[in-house]
Design a protein around this ligand. Structure first.
Ligand code: SAH
Ligand code: SF4
Ligand code: F3S
Length: 479
């Protein structure tokens, strides 16, 4: 057995606590001389799973490693350091990571000097650490979401001792400012406005893996946004597990609406935000959205279920009626607003009638797009303790029925776009067809069209010529 040093271990009881007041701390980069010499010019590979919070964390890690003199590679076979940045939200997310760790066995057999680090939300769970220690002796370092700032220290220690390190601080978390960043894109960017979550929906692991809900200061957020503006970024997405809670903890009068108003006043063509929590979504946000043309008229508003019984069991703090009322209020002020959502089917003991309430809600809202999930029990969450009387086959049946209902609206909305011209942010060469480019409309529909690669990162006008359930085809309109 290799020696393991437990610097800090995840602990669910500590992760659940909400007593300590998070501090804002500054990042200091102080690697040892040996470490700088060792890592300079070496290559790192990083694979990220999960949500935008994790993508933004990848950018921070890349920023730190680049400062270290390391170079990023997309080829895991040629790297000196590999990082798997994991997600714990559902079991299938975790299974993918275990598959990937297994593949690294071969890579490490060929080159034993490769350092393998695993971080992210999975590592915040004790049973996962135990499993990795047991099954994958070639994993070198595991660190938690609060420990990203210490990555250089961990690497410096590792090259001296070759000890396996585990460093996962389960606590409310702090706000670390002045972290280096190396962005994955040059035209669209994520900006964290809050970290963590205090909602504790009964099925969800995020409040345990990401700590207490805490807001960055307006000043720091605007500084980051202005820097992106000066670099010519076309789209900014403000990030938080619940953006509507922004400012509550600052106790200085800052609100999400106030922040959004300031960010939208900058010269950035597209502003988006993720994620909104229905009962925290306040009418002043609607007014700010109406005021600024550059705030996209598209809201991701997870409903999770259309049944009041299930919403209560999930500890979601609104009813189906309140959710529909919010949608109505928004549409009254901004008729062109479109919505996407997240829905979980097969929450423990969900009856078929309760499921039909979700179908009914979906038919009333007319979502433009949606993410649908089959409930996945997460160790340590209240819902995971429930005895469930719904079979997996039944859940799959309901899942398919839900997708079918949603696709009616997806198709209708996509069809209604044919013949019209939309602004599209060009993102990449189309994955399915190398001769086409693809980009996103204001309502987040992906459009494929012919065009020169040099258009990537630009906003252009595209006329829609053909629609499918999940994508559109079009042609560039030259004005
Ligand atoms: N803070 C965001 C995102 C949370 S995770 C929000 O509140 O919407 C993204 C989505 O994953 C959730 O909206 C939910 O639909 C889904 N999800 C979370 N935990 C899950 C679980 N245990 N099983 C299935 N889906 C889950
Ligand atoms: Fe999870 Fe609920 Fe928080 Fe979203 S609001 S991250 S679903 S606990
Ligand atoms: Fe996954 Fe963690 Fe995000 S669990 S969804 S990566 S906050």
């Amino acid at each position: 057995m290799r020696k393991v040093e437990f610097i800090d271990l995840p602990n669910l009881d500590k992760a659940r606590k909400r007593q300590r007041i998070p501090q804002t701390i500054e990042f200091h980069f102080n690697p040892t001389k040996e470490a700088v010499e060792y890592f300079k010019g070496k290559k790192y590979f990083i694979r990220t799973y999960g949500c935008q919070a994790n993508i933004r964390d990848e950018e921070t890690m890349c920023g730190i490693l680049n400062e270290f003199g390391m170079l990023k590679t997309d080829n895991e076979k040629e790297c000196d350091l590999a990082i798997l940045n994991t997600c714990a939200v559902r079991e299938n997310a975790e299974d993918k990571v275990f598959g990937q760790i297994g593949e690294f066995k071969n890579i490490k057999e060929k080159n034993k000097n490769v350092i393998l680090m695993i971080c992210g939300c999975m590592i915040e769970q004790k049973h996962i650490i135990d499993k990795i220690l047991d099954l994958f002796p070639f994993v070198d370092i595991m660190f938690g979401t609060h420990n990203i700032k210490d990555i250089v220290l961990l690497l410096s220690n590792f090259i001296k001792t070759h000890t396996r390190y585990i460093d996962v601080s389960s606590y409310e978390g702090d706000i670390v400012e002045d972290l280096p960043v190396s962005r994955l894109e040059t035209y669209k960017a994520f900006v964290n406005i809050t970290y963590g979550c205090d909602k504790f929906c009964t099925y969800c692991i995020v409040p345990y893996t990401r700590g207490k809900e805490r807001s960055r200061s307006e000043e720091e957020i605007l500084k980051e946004c202005k820097e992106l503006e000066s670099k010519g970024y076309k789209e900014i997405t403000l990030l938080g597990q619940n953006v509507d809670a922004y400012g509550k903890d600052l106790k200085n009068g800052s609100t999400f609406a106030g922040l959004l108003d300031k960010v939208a006043s900058l010269n950035i063509p597209r502003i988006r935000f993720l994620t909104s929590y229905p009962s925290d979504f306040k009418d002043d946000v609607i007014d700010v959205m109406k005021k600024h043309k550059n705030i996209m008229k598209f809201i991701h508003l997870p409903v999770q279920s259309g049944s009041n019984m299930i919403l209560r069991a999930m500890a979601r703090r609104y009813t189906k009626e309140e959710y529909l009322d919010l949608i109505d209020r928004i549409k009254t002020k901004i008729p062109e607003m479109e919505f996407s959502t997240d829905i979980i089917v097969g929450f423990p003991n969900e009856t078929y009638e309760e499921f039909l309430d979700t179908i009914d809600l979906v038919k009333k809202v007319h979502y433009t797009s949606a993410f649908t999930f089959i409930y996945s029990p997460r160790v340590g969450t209240p819902a995971a303790k429930l005895i469930d009387n719904v079979t997996y086959d039944e859940k799959v049946k309901r899942f398919k029925e839900l997708v079918k209902a949603l696709e009616v609206d997806f198709t209708n909305i996509a069809n209604s776009m044919i013949g019209k011209t939309y602004e599209v942010l060009v993102e990449e060469v189309s994955k399915k067809n190398k001769d086409l480019l693809s980009g996103y409309t204001e309502n987040n529909k992906v459009v494929h069209f012919k065009g020169d690669k040099s258009l990537i990162g630009n906003l252009i006008k595209v006329k829609i010529t053909e629609s499918h359930v999940y994508s559109l085809f079009g042609e560039i309109v030259n004005e």
